[in-house]
Design a protein around this ligand. Structure first.
Ligand code: PSV
Ligand code: MN
Ligand code: MN
Length: 424
């Protein structure tokens, strides 16, 4: 289905005076308004190809309707998101869940929707039907050289797909680890993983980056070979300047201070970017901002301050991706909410009076520091985010538009009631 320009105009016009009033109320207090609006317009969040269908758990999956049946339809879905919010102009592919058989055609289709290809993701955490050797006991860390070789070759194949599409980074997440004490020699596993990653690193084209994602536990429940940011950073440092640490917000032990991790990785020039999601208990992969929006704001506060200090470009110098999937929401509505939550946290962070905060820190004035942060956090920046979206040609309220124009119903008409998208 296509979203027509006149539909957007009609929808926005009906909301214009309300929006204008709230925008002006917020805007008049912001000195660098145009700069903030431009930054919001430039900021794009990649949508994972695996989040467009309803997710499941090991207890079951309740598939939605009108889900995309192939990569082309996934790109069309992201095109819909991007037409509405103008902030979803990138896709992150997981291979082999989504194989771009005809890369030129896929690339052209994405370009029609103004979508570029962000990081490509390899998958050595599942066995595929035609696969010679099993990853039951790991992949890049496996004790058997032949299994490691198979996993290395898969990663190199993923790089090749990415090159055809114009991606410039490979994300490696390993489920490698152990379930029981004694099962694995930690140092042996680390060294084997490093050797495997070195071979993958050697296959990276010049402009490419290698993103090393860590995760504390699951599916292995005693140890994970890349279990935390320290281990990931160790690999990234040993590998070289093209290797970075990727932070998935759901991959920490409970109550971890993620904003502090982010600040230090940024300081070291080793932060790859993010897999955004939210969680209450573990790797819950819930909608971004649905559980702990203050944490998300604090992360963005470190990002804005740290990136500005290093002269980095907010939009381009890190990888911004969503990694979420769950059971009960329409995935497209969920992704609209996730992107909105990211834009809100980013806008709030852009409002922080960094100089005043630094002064409060120098004075050890914890009260003033909290006032400064929470003043920004409690500002209703939704009109700013909406204004940026309108300036880019998007809609005032994406979820409301999606419902009013019955987008899912249209997709069901086109694709059918019973459709299952590939992914977890
Ligand atoms: C693992 O939990 C993970 O976060 C990795 O990024 C995978 O690629 C993705 O989820 C799969 O859904
Ligand atoms: Mn992830
Ligand atoms: Mn995860």
């Amino acid at each position: 289905m296509n979203i027509e320009k006149f539909q957007i105009a009609e929808f926005n016009n009906a909301r214009q005076s309300d929006h204008q009033r709230s925008f002006e109320y917020t805007a008049e207090k912001i000195p660098n308004l145009n700069d903030i609006l431009q930054k919001l317009q430039d900021f794009q969040v990649a949508i994972p190809s695996w989040a467009l269908g309803t997710g499941g758990t090991r207890f079951g999956r309740f598939s939605g309707s009108g889900e995309p049946r192939n990569l082309e339809e996934k790109i069309a879905d992201i095109g819909l998101l991007h037409a509405l919010n103008k902030s979803s102009g990138a896709i992150s592919l997981h291979i082999p869940w989504d194989i771009p058989e005809n890369a030129a055609a896929i690339k052209a289709l994405a370009a029609q929707h103004d979508i570029r290809f962000d990081a490509v993701n390899s998958n050595t955490f599942q066995d595929q039907p035609d696969q010679a050797l099993s990853y039951k006991f790991g992949s890049l860390h496996h004790t058997d050289k032949a299994v490691r070789k198979q996993a290395i070759e898969h990663n190199i194949e993923v790089i090749r797909y990415g090159m055809e599409l114009g991606s410039e980074s490979l994300t490696v997440w390993l489920s490698d680890g152990s379930c029981f004490p004694g099962q694995l020699n930690f140092r042996g596993a680390f060294k084997r993983t490093l050797e495997s990653l070195q071979e993958i690193y050697a296959a990276l084209p010049d402009a490419w980056k290698l993103y090393i994602e860590y995760k504390a536990y699951e599916p292995n429940f005693y140890s994970t070979t890349i279990g935390d940011w320290g281990q990931s950073l160790l690999f990234a440092s040993k590998l070289g300047p093209k290797a970075y640490t990727l932070v998935d917000l759901g991959h920490h032990l409970p109550n971890a201070n993620i904003e502090q991790i982010v600040a230090l990785l940024l300081m070291e020039g080793k932060l790859a970017g993010f897999h955004f999601n939210d969680s209450k208990y573990g790797d819950d992969d819930l909608t971004v901002g649905s559980i702990n929006p203050y944490q998300l704001f604090l992360i963005f506060n470190e990002l804005v301050e740290g990136m500005d200090a290093r002269g980095m470009n907010h939009a381009n110098d890190l990888g911004w991706m969503i990694d979420a999937s769950h059971n009960v929401k329409d995935p497209l509505e969920d992704l609209l909410q996730s992107v909105e939550a990211i834009m809100i946290a980013y806008a709030q962070a852009l409002l922080v009076d960094t100089k005043a905060l630094q002064q409060a820190q120098l004075n050890n004035d914890a009260v003033a520091a909290q006032e400064i942060l929470q003043h920004a956090f409690r500002t209703d920046v939704r009109p700013l985010v909406a204004q940026a979206r309108l300036l880019s040609g998007g809609v005032a309220d994406p979820v409301a538009f999606y419902r009013q124009f019955k987008v899912r119903e249209q997709l069901i008409k086109e694709r059918g009631l019973k459709t299952v998208a590939t992914g977890l």
